[in-house]
Design a protein around this ligand. Structure first.
Ligand code: NZQ
Ligand code: ZN
Length: 383
């Protein structure tokens, strides 16, 4: 097990009463609030009106950064930085899904940075600016775990790159599962598979026994069960509550502790997203079976363990390779069963895009350090 230091400072309020904690949270900050939200869902659901009322009651002056797109853009980050500086913001309140939260994190980290933020954080990986603005989150979609981690993923449209970085944790996050009931079915499933993929990325590394792997296996079984339930009945509160808490637990950094981790499906998907703007979790679903089949020579032992402990495949009379292959088949059947895409074509990718996606994918470690040619082979196998 690798050494680690762990501290997660985000305060979570979870459940149907989560928003009742907004006034006491707001009271901890000064009077200037920058309210960040997406492209319309919060207005349609009535949440925007409710939050603005709470802000007015708390005596806050509000500046808005509206229209954060799914797969948030660097241009939107720069617009947000300007708003934060102008307002001398005491708090950034992010109301939306992972895209709104991620965008808010980079705004917070960049508003008072003297360098070019893209170059500073994403290209050079330099430390966090000394002056940041605290972030509060009201989450409306379950999936990314951004509500309790430091990560943010931003698309630079000029450079055709979608890349992530660790910025800062939200100070507080309000998680009310009822707010997720209006998420369209395809997005709900996308978020659920994002969680499953986060668990896979943290699980598929290292061969020895690790407590963290036992935790991940349990959470994977739960997420698979709850995703199946949500696909059949998206209106059930407890199912949506389980998906929401599973998402937070899936990437609040605790399940990667001590482990090497993989993240290849994510790095490939981010570039698929940079070209197609597809929903993140749907891209992950299309890539995953092809990636794990490619990984068989290196990860067979772990894949066989996963097949037994997560997909509950009986190992009696089966060798390691058969178990590993059956596990990947089970994953693929699950994607078909719940209605997630299993090809890039379904997500708007074209054959001409594939080499460009492969060449621009950021290649990191994991079980096997992929070459651009190998990424292309995987992309062709799921095209
Ligand atoms: O823009 P609005 O109108 O808000 O609509 C959104 C968007 O169209 C809609 N939506 C959200 N909540 C809703 C709702 N519609 C109806 N009712 C609601 N309650 O859903 C669409 C998707 O929202 P988005 O925030 O884009 O989805 P998600 O939460 O999946 O975030 C995706 C982004 O997060 C990044 C992804 O790469 C992608 O850019 N990730 C962030 C991570 C992190 N910070 O740790 C890790 C992840 O692996 C991921 O890479
Ligand atoms: Zn993800």
């Amino acid at each position: 097990m690798n050494d680690f230091t762990y501290q997660n400072p985000t305060r979570i309020h979870f459940g149907k009463t989560a928003l009742s904690h907004l006034p006491s949270e707001l009271a901890r900050f000064g009077g200037q609030v920058v309210l960040v939200y997406g492209t319309g869902s919060v207005k349609r659901s009535g949440l925007y009106d409710r939050v603005v009322r709470e802000l007015e009651t708390a005596g806050k002056e509000v500046t808005e950064v509206a229209g954060v797109p799914s797969n948030p853009t660097y241009a939107k980050v720069l617009e947000g930085c300007e708003a934060v500086r102008r307002a001398k913001a005491d708090l950034i309140l992010a109301v939306g899904g992972g895209s709104v939260v991620d965008c808010s994190k980079m705004i917070s980290a960049s508003a008072y940075l003297e360098d070019d933020p893209w170059e500073h954080y994403i290209e050079k990986g330099l430390p966090l600016c000394e002056k940041t603005v605290p972030i509060g989150v009201i989450l409306t979609m379950a999936g990314t775990g951004s509500e309790m981690n430091a990560g943010g993923v931003i698309t630079n449209e000029e450079k055709h790159l979608k890349l992530g970085c660790n910025f800062l944790h939200p100070t507080f996050s309000l998680l009310d599962p009822t707010l997720t009931l209006t998420v369209p079915r395809g997005q709900m499933l996308s978020g659920a598979f994002d969680v499953i993929c986060h668990l896979h990325e943290q699980y598929f590394s290292d061969e020895g026994d690790q407590i963290t792997d036992d935790l991940i296996e349990g959470l994977l079984r739960g997420m698979i069960r709850e995703t199946r339930k949500a696909a059949l009945d998206p209106t059930d509160y407890d199912t949506r509550a389980n998906l929401m808490w599973g998402a937070t637990m899936g990437l609040n950094e605790s399940l990667g502790l001590g482990k090497t981790q993989d993240w290849a499906v994510h790095t490939i998907e981010h570039q698929v997203g940079a070209y197609t703007h597809c929903p993140h979790g749907q891209g992950l679903a299309a890539i995953s079976p092809a990636y794990y089949r490619f990984l068989l020579p290196w990860a067979q032992k772990k894949l066989a363990r996963w097949a037994q402990n997560v997909w509950q495949i009986d190992p009696a009379g089966r060798d390691e390779e058969t178990m590993a292959r059956l596990g990947i088949d089970a994953l693929e059947s699950f994607l078909h069963e719940v209605g997630l895409p299993t090809t890039l074509r379904e997500l708007g990718a074209t054959e001409e895009m594939l080499p460009r996606i492969a060449e621009s994918t950021l290649l990191r470690g994991g079980y096997h350090l992929l070459t651009a040619d190998e990424v292309l082979e995987i992309l062709k196998n799921c095209y």
